[in-house]
Write a protein that binds this ligand. Sequence first.
Ligand SMILES: C[S@@+](CC[C@H](N)C(=O)[O-])C[C@H]1O[C@@H](n2cnc3c(N)ncnc32)[C@H](O)[C@@H]1O
Length: 419
Amino acid sequence: MASENSRSASLAEIISDSTTKIEAYRKEEGLPPLSLGPDAPLDVKYPPNIEQCRRALIDASLELGDLATGPVELRLVPGWAVMTMFAVTQFIFDFDIAHRVPLTGDVSYEDLSKTINVGASVLRQVLRAGMPYHMFYESRPGYVAHTATTKIMAREPLIKDWTGLSTDVLFPGGAGLTEALRREPAANDPAKTGFMLAKGEGESGMYMYLEKHPEQARRFAGVMGAFQQDEAYAPRHLIDSWPNDVQNGKLIDLGGSTGTVAFALAQAFPGLEIVVQDLPGALEAAKVQEGKNVSFMPHDFFNEQPIKDADVYMFRWVLHNWPDAHVQRILRALIPSLKPGAKVIIFDEIMPPAGTMTLSVERNQRNIDFGMLILFNSKIRDVEEWKEVITQSDQRFKVTGVRCPEDSRLSLIEIEWQP
Ligand SMILES: C[S@@+](CC[C@H](N)C(=O)[O-])C[C@H]1O[C@@H](n2cnc3c(N)ncnc32)[C@H](O)[C@@H]1O
């Protein structure tokens, strides 16, 4: 029995209980026990009760690990570990090691060294540094083979893109943060982020940088696509929370990319005529779909909105990329085109109040928020920050509702233009 004041003992109980339930479920389903070995199934979808146990297990083991590590080691070790994980991941990505190690079987350090033209001894040193973090393993002396976490890089182009984004974009961006803040203490200019300082100096911001780097733009779009595959970002959440009074009429989807969400909305509400607007480069891969009332139009949302008197102007998962002053400019650019009663719908991340999330969710949310800072000098706003930035754009924007659909990462903010 855990004593009342022992946090570690109650965490250990959660770990034991959750592990038992997860392993029992896997056995019932004919799945092997949890493993990161080369043959581990990559993507097990658990039913909600088991998924809840999995989340509890992650949270409890993270916290228990930290408690056992203690304050001194906790300060000293993770920075080093992160550096190792980052540099080894970058090495694997840049030399395309995941594709050069066979999916089944193994390859010798000697042979691998010849294919990538890096000395066998240093190759072994680098790969061995990644092995305690589950990246590759030595199947026999002198040979290296995949674990599940490296195999997925070879098998899934999206995971490869994601890895490249972390190593080429997020990490240099993070390393540039303090210098960026020295130069721009208010962190309110998208041209002066950690990333722009590290890689994009001279550009007005990340999206303009991507317009000039098509391969990186493709990768960025790929990663955004991967987010969308997560059920928590599925277009159905927007459809389920869509206001009843705007199911007919003209809808402008600003920053709507290639229209995935617009097509889903058009399917659900055939009475809507939808125009997707985005930067020209982002629209290059857009294709109209037969029978769906969706068209595309290049438009920079900092310029005055060319489509007058639409019923709804929507920003789905767009405005969290911009600092407050830019959000205000984007909203103000709509004003000359708004008829009284027009709706503006923002469907975006809302940061939950501090201290209300589990440890793993809090870390994930803060990672995303931090990513916004280093890439865009923006942030994930809480509900009050959203209301403030909207009404400071113009007092005639009235926030008439905020809805947080269950299981959705994005929430709906409904605004009415009341001149
Ligand atoms: C995170 S993506 C969201 C895409 C889409 N709305 C969705 O929900 O999947 C942000 C979008 O904003 C677009 N964007 C960035 N700057 C823009 C600008 N100045 N004018 C119009 N669109 C822009 C990007 O090209 C990108 O498609």
